[in-house]
Design a protein around this ligand. Structure first.
Ligand SMILES: Cc1cc2nc3c(=O)[nH]c(=O)nc-3n(C[C@H](O)[C@H](O)[C@H](O)COP(=O)(O)OP(=O)(O)OC[C@H]3O[C@@H](n4cnc5c(N)ncnc54)[C@H](O)[C@@H]3O)c2cc1C
Length: 580
């Protein structure tokens, strides 16, 4: 077992790691970053890199795998690295760098780190059979990470470094530094490519060559790019095995003997939690594809709604039923129903790059035997493809408006909204003890499973920000700390949407009534009863808003705020930011 128990007295938590990054940039720094986004700086440096001819013919080619591209198949940088290795007749090596300070800076959950390590282990074994070593290093401080990478490359006598681009500001700046150091050395050529999105950031722009800040026009402009040349949906060729002789080369043979660490200090999972994560979210590309197949071919089930292995039942169903009633076919009408597991649950796999967005879209085309991508509002497949486009949208937003990953609202006019600082309310929200059943069910689902249904994410986020009037950044941070699919772009996008501060957000005066939302999302109340066992025996509609006497009897809290009053307070504070 690769996990620690909670009882270990020597175990460090993330708080023991003495590193306190400044998470909220000044307006000036954020504006500066928006004016010259680091992605475009990196692309500029990469053009220079492409002209660098390494001084000597190197002896190896390195693919630097990151937390967002944990797969072997259909992986652009890995594929290009392999082609280079074949061309140079040199071994292909895989490097993975564990960077605890970056995990702190991004509030990475121990669950996501554990998931990363589990996936690395699977890949290490698979790659070893192809004589490709996967080697992990752990590095701190993060400021010297570029130097460390370059020194590893020098040790391995590598002439080429390949990687897929990560779009967070810190990561882009790190990559710029890596490229600059490589260029200075004249020993290594860097090739970093786009892989995360279906359509690469920078491609989908207005006629004036500006980025979209509203989803619908973004989608309209995104769709035609699918037919671009080269084909954005094309599957990248698998890496080719290394020659057996690699095992005879002293500097490389030892890499096969290394192992992926059991945990990263400060990010250890408690035994029970680790087991729960391994039940809900098994590792490996095969699992991701099985999850996709489950979504495309099987119907939704209340029995799969909770913290269970989603693959235990339902994958092998008769073909006929699959096409008529499968989750994807019903997605248009049922995706917001939280009581029957109606969605794909692929987000942990997409966030970690265990499956690509383009593979998902290819699969929908195969399913409907279509030559064109369906992204319409009128079909289940089309609606689902639109969600994949939302994922692209938020990455594009991050790339074009880096301020959003610097702790700033996209709409700076809301930076001065007055927040409550109420530790008790925040903690109750985190624990799922606000007294609002749908909010508590959602938070408990996330605490237990590391995942929450999208509709409930919107409800709990809106409740924290508009009803409890607590700064959205605290919610954003907590989500990152507990979710297994924590992804800066989508998480920030979701939070800024709910807080009405982002690109294309819900207007500040459209405040969800959590009780009405609850009836719509969980019409039978099964979801609430499953995740809030105190209410398991409450019959009928009362489960959505139990009368205080019932709640008291069941040991369930009563709400801190009255929704109508909280709503008025939020409207006031958003209307005149700065005032109470
Ligand atoms: C406040 C808030 C925080 C969120 N935080 C995250 C996060 O950290 N990581 C994350 O992956 N998603 C996040 N989302 C988006 C969304 O809730 C999840 O992607 C979705 O619930 C995952 O479930 P699924 O895989 O079954 O989705 P499906 O409905 O099957 O959708 C398929 C895929 O499309 C993408 N997708 C779906 N909805 C969205 C969306 N609204 N925005 C961006 N991409 C989307 C996801 O990659 C998802 O796996 C957040 C949403 C909100 C409102």
């Amino acid at each position: 077992m690769q996990v620690s128990t909670s009882a270990s007295p020597t175990k460090k938590t993330r708080r023991d790691i003495k590193f306190l990054p400044n998470k909220v940039a000044t307006v000036e720094n954020a504006t500066k970053a928006d004016k010259n986004p680091p992605l475009f700086q990196l692309e500029h440096v990469l053009k220079i890199c492409s002209k660098v001819q390494p001084a000597s013919k190197g002896e190896a080619v390195v693919y630097w795998m990151r937390m967002e591209d944990l797969r072997i198949h259909d992986n652009r940088a890995f594929s290009l690295a392999s082609a280079q290795a074949v061309k140079d007749n040199a071994p292909l090596l895989v490097l993975f760098v564990l960077s605890p300070q970056d995990y702190i800076a991004h509030d990475r959950s121990a669950r996501r780190i554990d998931f990363t390590l589990r996936n690395l282990r699977v890949m290490k074994d698979t790659l070893a059979k192809q004589h490709i070593p996967l080697y992990t290093i752990t590095h701190s401080p993060r400021t010297t990470l570029p130097d460390r990478v370059l020194s590893v490359l020098a040790e391995w006598k590598a002439s080429h470094l390949f990687a897929n681009i990560e779009y967070e500001v810190d990561e882009l700046r790190r990559d710029i530094k890596v490229c600059e150091l490589a260029n200075q050395s004249g020993q290594v050529q860097c090739t970093f490519v786009h892989d995360k999105c279906v359509i690469n950031p920078g491609k989908v722009t207005t006629k004036e060559n500006k980025a979209y800040a509203v989803y619908s026009p973004f989608l309209r402009a995104w769709l035609p790019h699918i037919t671009d040349k080269p084909d954005p949906l094309a599957c990248a060729p698998d890496p080719k095995p290394n020659d057996l002789s690699i095992h005879k080369l002293a500097i490389y043979s030892g890499l096969f003997d290394s192992s992926v660490p059991a945990f990263v200090e400060g990010f250890e999972l408690k035994l029970e939690d680790a087991e729960q994560m391994r039940t809900c979210w098994k590792e490996g590309e095969d699992v991701a594809h099985a999850m996709l197949s489950r979504f495309l071919h099987t119907r939704s089930r209340a029995s799969q709604m909770g913290a269970v292995d989603p693959l235990t039942e339902g994958v092998k169903e008769p073909q006929k039923e699959q096409s008529k009633n499968s989750r994807v076919v019903k997605y248009k009408d049922e995706r917001d129903r939280v009581n029957a597991d109606t969605t794909s649950r692929l987000s942990p796999y997409l966030a970690a790059g265990i499956i690509s967005g383009r593979a998902c879209i290819r699969a929908t085309m195969e399913l409907s035997n279509a030559k064109k991508v369906d992204a319409s509002r009128d079909t289940g497949i089309g609606r689902w493809v639109q969600e994949i486009a939302w994922r692209d949208f938020y990455v594009h937003v991050l790339a074009h408006f880096p301020r959003v990953s610097m702790g700033r609202p996209y709409q700076e006019k809301f930076s001065n909204v007055q927040w409550e600082t109420n530790e008790e309310h925040l903690q109750a929200w985190k624990d799922g003890r606000t007294g609002v059943p749908i909010v508590d069910a959602g938070m408990r689902q996330a605490n237990k499973m590391g995942w929450m249904h999208n509709r409930v994410r919107m409800i709990v986020a809106m409740y924290l920000v508009k009803d409890l009037m607590i700064d959205w950044r605290l919610g954003e941070k907590y989500f990152m700390e507990i979710l297994i699919d924590g992804d800066l772009a989508s998480n920030n996008g979701g939070w800024q949407w709910s807080a009405s501060t982002g690109v294309d957000p819900v207007p500040y005066f459209r405040i969800f009534n959590p009780y009405i939302q609850s009836h719509k999302a969980d019409p039978t109340g099964e979801y609430i009863r499953y995740f809030v066992p105190e209410l398991a025996k409450v019959k009928g509609k009362e489960v959505h808003e139990p009368p205080s006497k019932v709640a008291e009897k069941l040991g369930y809290p009563t709400p801190f705020v009255k929704h109508s009053e909280a709503r008025d307070r939020a409207m006031r504070r958003y209307k005149t930011p700065g005032e109470k």
